[in-house]
Design a protein around this ligand. Structure first.
Ligand code: NAD
Length: 251
């Protein structure tokens, strides 16, 4: 039956950036759909665990600005669950500074978290899926700036545009293993990531005016797309970046 295709019952997932914001919403969606989730964040995902229950959601802390934690993350998921079905690359940061002044630190940090670690974690998850001979799902969180240039965010735009391209490359190479690699491009969502924008009255008004849905998105708005791309309902969806943006890109 069609609704059974959306079930994540018996599935196990790693969600990075699970302590707050969109990663917390995706973890909630997966648990409600029947999965067990291992969260990975810079700080402890205690609030997420309180919301979802220890039996459904466990977490580790890791600094994803280097690839050092990659083996530990996959190893912990296997220790806890015995197998891995889904990886969500959600952790990400943004640094705002005029491009003419943009620092090497702000370039490297954003590219390391948003792209370098995303690639090597995806590679490690894919190796595990191949070893299990099970197929799997990899979902990365892209951005409107996978499609547009933005202002004062050169490293973020570079990273998120690359995530969209990389999603296609990995889908091309790994579809033969039954691995679906896709991305979600959230629009303007009310999380820490956009706090500075929302506090800037002029920028906030200009953004809201352009969103056909007439409001900022919330973590709950991503839940349907995340479950779709993690479930067998999307088994023939490969290499696509799905916008969940209240119509922003349609303008
Ligand atoms: P957020 O700032 O609330 O969350 C960012 C998450 O990334 C946190 O869980 C944090 O722990 C994790 N993280 C950051 N640096 C890390 C590091 N070095 N090591 C480990 N974890 C690290 O913002 P959010 O909006 O929930 O962002 C989630 C994702 O969505 C990001 O990739 C962001 O770029 C993307 N995104 C957000 C929006 C939006 O409007 N909020 C729009 C498009 C894309």
């Amino acid at each position: 039956m069609i609704l059974d295709m959306f079930s994540l019952s018996g599935k196990t997932a790693i969600v990075t950036g699970s302590d707050t914001g969109l990663g917390q919403g995706i973890s909630k969606a997966f648990v409600e759909a029947g999965a067990k989730v291992l969260g990975v964040s810079r700080s402890a995902s205690t609030a997420t665990q309180e919301m979802l229950g220890e039996e459904n959601f466990s977490y580790i802390t890791a600094d994803l600005s280097t690839i050092d934690p990659v083996d530990t993350i996959i190893g912990t998921a296997l220790e806890k669950f015995g197998r891995l079905d889904i990886l969500v690359n959600n952790a990400g940061i943004i640094k705002r500074q005029d491009s003419i002044e943009f620092s090497v630190e702000n370039w490297d940090l954003v590219l390391n978290v948003n792209l370098r670690t995303l690639f090597f974690l995806s590679q490690a998850a894919a190796k595990q899926f191949v070893k299990q001979n099970s197929g799997g799902k990899i979902i990365s969180v892209a951005s409107m700036l996978s499609y547009q240039g933005g202002i004062r965010v050169p490293s973020y735009t570079a990273s998120k545009s690359a995530v969209k391209g990389l999603t296609m490359t990995l889908a091309n190479e790994w579809a033969k293993y039954g691995i679906n690699v896709n991305a979600i491009a959230p629009g303007y969502m009310a999380t820490n990531n956009t706090q500075a924008l929302r506090e800037d009255a002029d920028r906030s008004a200009a953004i809201l005016e352009r969103i056909p849905a007439g409001r900022w998105g919330t973590p709950d708005d991503l839940m349907g797309a995340a479950v779709f791309l993690a479930s067998s309902a999307s088994d023939y969806v490969n290499g696509f970046t799905l916008a969940v943006d209240g119509g922003w890109l349609a303008r």
